[in-house]
Design a protein around this ligand. Structure first.
Ligand SMILES: *Cc1c(COP(=O)(O)O)cnc(C)c1O
Length: 390
């Protein structure tokens, strides 16, 4: 690779970090309080308000939020938890970590989200929870999923790692499912490097998760180093080390203040892609369902095998040759050796997931991209699709 091409490379993702983020982190560093503290509390309050939930617990990762939602609900050995076959492995990992059994459900073709009909077929007397994923930032079919769960007393933990800022029937994602997990990983719509949050309207669930997040210490143990704080604490559970830091909270507060702008910028870039790619015969685009605001974490296209001489992998390689970074979401859970071998999942059981996995490409989409960047990506996609027409 020549250095000229390197400098011309459009990365798949890049966080948006401005002077506000830098100033807020410096303020934290000068404050002398680095770990969980007053800025974390302020971030939790602002996040809960933004996302329409009564409680928000900031955590070390989105994975930690998913895990705590299950652990604080007492899910464990003998239980089954249903999640999407087309998701990041950590959804299945956290189910395994509790001792419960992961059960994978196929998705719907239009939005790559978990199929409520598939969930219904997989329910057993051992089912305790459903963990749907808002694929790419588009909320899952929450009405149908909450109705299925409500009729049987099941917990719904929504993996909203992609969907902060999204809405479902005009309500923000965060206060609809029994528990909602956000991720603030470096590539996500709100980025703190590493981080996540667990949102809920259930005060008891929040309180249990809060204790488990910091070693199982009794509530507000972090205050023990403040003036008037006491050295004494009690451990009431074998908890985890999942707490958030005030350095992360500094980034989070600045990012939250610009989140609406960042989401709007994602929407504008997605609309630009839609317009530029709508007439390209070799690929298919997806339209968001009418009842949602899509947070546009991902912009995915699907290659149409019947219309092209090349497959998805070659398409990605040709985009790479033109200096465009891409990704694939996701390698299905059941493709990973651990899940294939331990649980015996078979691809035949997830035909829609297989089709989506085989044909999907995630294009660059992030607020620091310019319109010209998006036009360059669209032009490359168009040129490749035209040159490789079947
Ligand atoms: C990023 C992601 C996670 C995990 O979030 P972390 O903060 O990296 O732990 C979980 N689920 C999905 C769908 C994700 O994209």
């Amino acid at each position: 690779m020549s250095s000229e091409r390197d400098s011309d490379f459009l990365p798949y993702n890049r966080p948006y970090i401005g002077e506000e983020e830098i100033a807020e982190v410096v303020d934290t560093l000068r404050s002398g309080w680095l770990t969980t503290g007053p800025k974390t509390r302020r971030f939790e309050e602002e996040l809960a308000r933004y996302a329409g939930a009564r409680h928000a617990l900031a955590l070390s990762s989105g994975t930690a939020a998913l895990h705590l939602a299950l652990a604080a609900s007492g899910i464990g050995p003998g239980d089954e938890v249903i999640t999407s076959a087309l998701t990041f492995a950590s959804c299945a990992h956290v189910i395994v970590h509790t001792g419960a059994t992961p059960v994978l459900a196929d998705v719907t073709e239009d939005d790559a989200n978990i199929d409520p009909a598939a969930i219904e077929r997989l329910l057993t007397p051992r089912t305790r929870a459903i963990m749907p994923v808002d694929y790419g930032g588009q909320p899952c079919r929450l009405d149908a999923i909450m109705a299925l769960a409500g009729a049987r007393g099941l917990l719904v933990v929504e993996d909203a790692a992609h969907s902060i800022g999204a809405t479902y029937r005009e309500r923000p994602i965060g206060g609809i499912a029994h528990a909602t997990a956000f991720s603030f990983y470096a590539t996500k719509n709100l980025a703190t490097g590493e981080g996540g949050a667990l949102l809920t309207n259930d005060a008891a669930l929040d309180e249990r998760a809060r204790g488990l997040a910091l070693h199982g210490m009794n509530r507000d143990a972090w205050r023990r180093y403040e003036a008037g704080g006491s050295w004494y604490y009690e451990i009431t559970d074998a908890g985890f080390k999942y707490n958030f830091t005030d350095i992360q909270a500094a980034l989070g507060l600045a990012q939250l203040a610009r989140l609406e702008w960042m989401t709007a910028r994602r929407e504008a870039l997605a609309a630009r892609y839609d317009a530029a790619l709508a007439s390209v015969a070799g690929i298919a685009l997806a339209t968001p369902r009418p009842e949602v605001r899509h947070a546009r974490h991902l912009y995915t296209i699907r290659v149409r095998p019947e219309a092209l001489r090349i497959g998805r992998d070659r398409f990605i390689a040709l985009l790479g040759e033109r200096g465009i970074g891409t990704s694939v979401h996701f390698i299905p859970v059941h493709h990973h050796p651990f899940y294939r071998e331990r649980f015996g999942f078979r691809p035949d059981d997830f035909p829609v997931t297989e089709r989506i996995y085989a044909t999907t490409i995630s294009l660059p989409l992030y607020p620091s991209m310019t319109d010209a960047d998006a036009d360059r990506v669209a032009e490359a996609v168009r040129d490749i699709a035209r040159a490789e027409r079947a």
